[in-house]
Write a protein that binds this ligand. Structure first.
Ligand code: SAM
Length: 219
């Protein structure tokens, strides 16, 4: 189902330079995005646009997801924490790259969405991803430190517990900025000695990261 649409989307993302690394391209090929979106928007699964997943939340546009995935240098065997499970699509792409030797845990604050992500992941063969309901701005200390942390909602600042839970040489990607505007996709690398190297990768637009180390409410 949707094979032609998926192929065309991937070709478009490669042509415009969003998709580059073979392992990221392979993950886009193998993970069926249409299995992660609600039925009412299923026909738009392979359009390059964000889609509503209910509860005021979205699955990001494929080009934005490509930017996120490319910027974090995911590799086989890594331990990855995602904040904002949403539909589970990002977590599935990540699980595809880190493989069975790696580990992916994704945290979602909206319990209904955590359930949606879990059932999508199980149905598509990524049941090994652990979905946790909670405030991801606190990280997930009991399994820290992390090789990679992927934040998929926008924080006003980099949440301190997340940078603390990153391994030396680990990388964290997050949208940082204001409510729905002036946001920047930001990649942080923890250097030897714990110093943070911060790189900005261009503008983006995400829903707010709500929690103790994020925004205090929806709007
Ligand atoms: N990665 C998702 C996917 O693949 O569909 C898309 C995520 S959506 C853009 C952002 C998600 O972050 C929403 O589901 C929202 O409920 C969640 N969120 C916001 N603040 C959060 C927090 N403090 N902890 C965990 N999840 C949070």
């Amino acid at each position: 189902m949707f094979e032609k649409e998926r192929e065309e989307l991937i070709e478009h993302l490669i042509r415009w330079g969003y998709l580059r690394k073979p392992e990221v391209i392979k993950a886009f090929k193998n993970v069926p995005r249409h299995e992660f979106v609600p039925e009412n928007v299923g026909d738009y699964s392979y359009a390059d646009q964000p889609l509503s997943i209910g509860h005021g939340q979205t699955i990001s546009a494929p080009s934005m997801i490509a930017i996120m995935m490319e910027s974090l240098d995911f590799a086989c065997g890594q331990k990855v924490l995602e904040i904002g499970a949403g539909s589970g699509y990002n977590a599935a792409l990540t699980a595809e790259i880190v493989g069975e030797k790696g580990k992916v845990i994704t945290i979602e604050r909206v319990a209904e969405l955590a359930g949606f992500a879990k059932s999508n992941l199980e149905r598509t063969g990524y049941g090994r991803v652990k979905v946790v309901v909670g405030d991801g701005t606190r990280g997930y200390k009991k399994e820290a430190p992390w090789d990679r942390i992927l934040v998929t909602a926008c924080a006003p600042n980099l949440p301190k517990p997340l940078t603390e839970q990153l391994k030396i040489e680990g990388k964290l990607g997050a949208p940082v900025g204001q409510h729905y505007m002036f946001q920047t996709w930001t990649v942080v690398e923890k250097l030897d000695g714990g110093k943070l190297k911060i790189q900005e990768h261009g503008g983006c637009s995400f829903v707010p990261l709500i929690g103790e180390y994020g925004w205090k409410k929806e709007d």
